[in-house]
Design a protein around this ligand. Structure first.
Ligand SMILES: C[S@@+](CC[C@H](N)C(=O)[O-])C[C@H]1O[C@@H](n2cnc3c(N)ncnc32)[C@H](O)[C@@H]1O
Length: 278
């Protein structure tokens, strides 16, 4: 089949933009380049693969899983069904964390990314904080998620350490920065079917009304904090007050700042010692 015929076939099943993105990805052409090659024949193997991908998308599979990658903070990250597709809000978490780090620290810092999934947060911090000497550990309880994060680190030529672990349990090392986008969806929350049916539930849901992992991390976090520290959390947009209460039961002499995302929703919490501001 020719490129044009394939596009016509796909557009009868999925949105035309997706039809172009998928075929462009398969043929290593950008969607616009496709349009100047409309008459070119596509080899049979690729035709079959394309049809399978179109069908997968039609059956509610997220585009990023079909493509095999997601764009995050200027990088292409490998993603598959074992990791959450990194979200735009998490780019905002990373962007703001970089601002705090540059404000508070200036030489060597140690960072841990709890629940690293594809590695989106930890790998981006290592790459973008090139003005500071960073020692970064990526933690996940899922071996399969760690495999994806390791592959992303290799592709991006980024050196970090990986640990398969249950959050901070049994880790005694102290860090300057503890960052996490933990699972925070309550089991009874109604979420989009495309998310619920495809993304790993281990990455989405948490007990205790979605607060399980904030409680788990904060209840023992003191043992892992250096004197000068920053804790950065992504949160669900209704969880701010409850999480602030949890923070206050476990930490003293701290500043807590909650930032909103682009949609004006409370989505990030930053905690640091009061005396770090001096
Ligand atoms: C919301 S996803 C975040 C993934 C990635 N950090 C991001 O922002 O795209 C949460 C991650 O936490 C991991 N996770 C779940 N329970 C965990 C636990 N007890 N200890 C460590 N990681 C856990 C999941 O496997 C998943 O990768």
């Amino acid at each position: 089949m020719k490129i044009e015929e394939l596009l016509i076939y796909a557009q009868s099943k999925i949105h035309k933009d997706y039809a172009r993105i998928l075929l462009g990805n398969l043929l290593n052409l950008n969607p616009l380049e496709l349009l100047i090659h409309l008459d070119e024949e596509v080899e049979e193997e690729k035709v079959e693969l394309y049809k399978k991908e179109v069908e997968a998308l039609r059956n509610n599979k997220p585009l990023q899983y079909v493509l095999g990658y997601a764009n995050f903070y200027g990088n292409k990250l490998i993603v598959n069904e074992n990791v959450l597709i990194p979200r735009f809000e998490t780019e905002e978490l990373v962007e703001n964390t970089i601002k705090y780090i540059n404000k508070f620290f200036n030489k060597e810092i140690s960072i841990v990314d709890l629940g690293c999934g594809s590695g989106a947060i930890g790998l981006t911090l290592k790459q973008k904080l090139d003005n500071i000497n960073t020692d970064i550990v990526l933690v996940d309880i899922s071996e399969k998620a760690l495999e994806v994060a390791k592959e992303n680190a290799k592709n991006l030529n980024i050196e970090v350490n990986f640990i398969k672990n249950d959050m901070l349990e049994d880790i005694n090392k102290k860090f300057n920065v503890i960052i996490s986008n933990p699972p925070y969806i309550s089991y009874d929350e109604d979420i989009e079917s495309i998310v619920k049916e495809n993304e790993p539930h281990l990455a989405l849901y948490a007990k205790d009304n979605g607060l399980e992992f904030y409680k788990k991390i904060l209840s023992t976090v003191k043992k892992n904090l250096k004197e000068e520290f920053l804790i950065a959390f992504e949160i669900g947009h209704t969880q701010k007050d409850e999480i602030i209460n949890i923070i206050k039961t476990h930490l003293e002499n701290i500043e807590i700042e909650c930032l909103k995302d682009m949609q004006e929703r409370d989505r990030m919490i930053f905690i640091y010692p009061k005396n770090l501001l001096k």
